[in-house]
Design a protein around this ligand. Structure first.
Ligand code: 3VV
Length: 194
């Protein structure tokens, strides 16, 4: 049985998550939030290239195929890479809430080794929201979408404004992102919550 941290239990005033009315329809691909993202960006040769799709309610599905550059032990995925896959899938839930959120806490259980060449079938859902705090869970299965669980996570994401990235990101990447109309459009798509 895995341990759980009390900071990952929603507080008494938490409410069920609400799917944003303009959220992508179930089955729709969500696309990368940033081309240079190690989790989902097409511009990172060694990245995970995770492709997430909207699910029902406030949930997403995603797939990640482990490549040789993702090894920890010989022939097996690195645990940090698997945590990245979970983190990225959980991060994609922002598309359904239409808020921008960053990981505050991520608790990962490694249940089965994941060999190179394996496709990890990921699912994530928001379980509760309390103010800026978004509580969520994710699983990664091997051998098919209904296969055994190899990894799972509980997370607390914290809602932030775009300023979070502008204030903290390195100047050259922020400037390049701001100069890219497509990137600005994607960032704004998150930020329409009333
Ligand atoms: C125009 C172009 C511009 C660019 C466009 C970019 C578009 C991007 C679009 C989308 C990006 C999405 C990217 C997803 C990628 C996958 C997800 C990741 O890997 S994200 C990276 C890893 N995470 C971090 O780097 C966070 C680092 N941490 C922080 O920055 C701060 O700690 C932050 C924002 C998380 C919180 O800081 P505070 O000052 O805003 O807020 P406080 O008051 O500290 O916390 C708020 C509440 O949350 C709790 N909290 C915060 N951290 C906690 C923790 N670790 N554990 C438990 N509770 C925590 C606190 O106790 C507080 O709770 P109470 O309101 O008092 O009940």
């Amino acid at each position: 049985m895995s341990g759980t941290s009390s900071t990952l239990h929603p507080p008494a005033d938490a409410v069920p998550p609400v799917r944003h009315p303009d959220a992508p329809a179930p089955g729709e691909p969500l696309g990368a939030h940033y081309d240079q993202c190690f989790g989902c960006g097409g511009g990172q040769p060694h990245g995970l290239h995770i492709e997430a799709r909207a699910g029902e309610g406030v949930s997403v599905t995603a797939a990640f195929t482990v490549r040789p550059v993702h090894q920890g032990a010989p022939g097996l995925a690195h645990g940090g890479v698997l945590a990245t896959a979970l983190d990225e899938t959980l991060g994609a839930l922002s598309w359904l809430l239409r808020t921008i959120a960053v990981t505050g806490r991520l608790e990962t259980d490694y249940v089965r080794p994941v060999p190179v060449g394996t496709t990890l079938h990921l699912e994530a859902e928001v379980t509760a929201v309390a103010g800026r705090k978004v509580y969520s869970t994710a699983t990664g299965r091997i051998g098919g979408p209904d296969g055994p669980v190899a990894v799972r996570a509980k997370a607390l994401f914290i809602e932030v404004k775009i300023d979070h990235f502008v204030d903290h990101g390195r100047e050259e990447e922020i400037q390049a992102a701001m100069d890219d109309p497509d990137q600005v459009r994607r960032a704004r798509a998150f930020e329409v919550n009333p």
